[in-house]
Design a protein around this ligand. Structure first.
Ligand SMILES: [Zn+2]
Ligand SMILES: [Zn+2]
Length: 247
């Protein structure tokens, strides 16, 4: 099993590291921090991303090489740039690279970049988790962000299926499926179905003899038992009870 790294996350982390270098007043020289403008951080991350995209399913050593060169390219030294990555090949008119090196700023920047470089072999397929992330974001909508306890009656499972449907067939998923899963008919059936796996022999007995028990109780005590439905707590709407009868 080989771990494939998510390109988006690598790039995001790279950008985060670069911003951290920019803010590090203790161990990073002022000149470096001045050179590392927000625009330059954008260039650095974009050039690294380009290198990964350009080398997708290609040669790992070329990807490593292109990643390394994304730094001088971003700092205006295009002497070693590749034509498929850069429009300024050979241009060194606004080269800030020597300035960066003399301020020692290349160390932390290459250090952060190296975190991507050492993952090159895993990035080569240019995989992103986007598909998984998209599915999970859909699922989060269906399961209301985990706020409900959906363990009962396969609630989570069903919502996962619905998310998959939504993912696979986009908006049209609900025309048929919503009806299938959420029409009143089906819902009532799921709640009241007697073949439920949670129905034990004792429960079966209870259901059959409920009315017998009520009759006997009335005979014995002389009290009248009225039919009762579902009672819902006014203050705590999630609490409910369905007593067998009301005296
Ligand atoms: Zn990701
Ligand atoms: Zn360049």
């Amino acid at each position: 099993v080989q771990k494939i790294e998510c390109v988006n996350h690598c790039i995001k982390n790279y950008s985060k590291h670069l911003h951290r270098i920019k803010k590090d007043t203790k161990s990073v020289a002022l000149e470096t921090r001045k050179l590392l403008t927000n625009q330059r951080i954008k260039d650095l991350t974009r050039n690294a991303q380009k290198a990964i995209y350009a080398n997708a399913h290609g040669d790992i050593s070329q990807l490593k090489h292109d990643l390394q060169n994304s730094v001088p390219c971003s700092f205006g030294n295009h002497s070693k740039c590749q034509t498929y990555l850069c429009n300024h090949v050979g241009d060194t008119a606004s080269d800030n690279m020597s300035q960066l090196v003399s301020s020692g700023g290349h160390h932390p920047i290459f250090g952060s970049l190296n975190l991507i470089v050492i993952k090159s072999s895993q990035l080569i397929d240019n995989e992103t988790n986007n598909r998984a992330e998209l599915f999970m974001s859909l699922l989060a909508r269906f399961n209301m962000g985990k706020r409900l306890n959906l363990i009962q009656r396969d609630g989570f499972q069903m919502r996962s299926y619905l998310s998959a449907l939504r993912y696979n067939v986009d908006q049209s998923w609900h025309h048929k499926s919503w009806k299938q899963y959420f029409s009143c008919n089906a819902l009532v059936k799921t709640i009241l179905r007697t073949t439920s796996s949670t129905c034990t022999a004792a429960m079966e007995y209870g259901k059959k003899n409920e009315c017998v028990a009520v009759l006997k109780f009335q005979e014995k005590t002389g009290k009248t038992v009225e039919r009762a439905g579902l009672y819902i707590d006014v203050d705590h709407g999630f609490l409910g009870a369905s007593p067998d009868g009301n005296i």
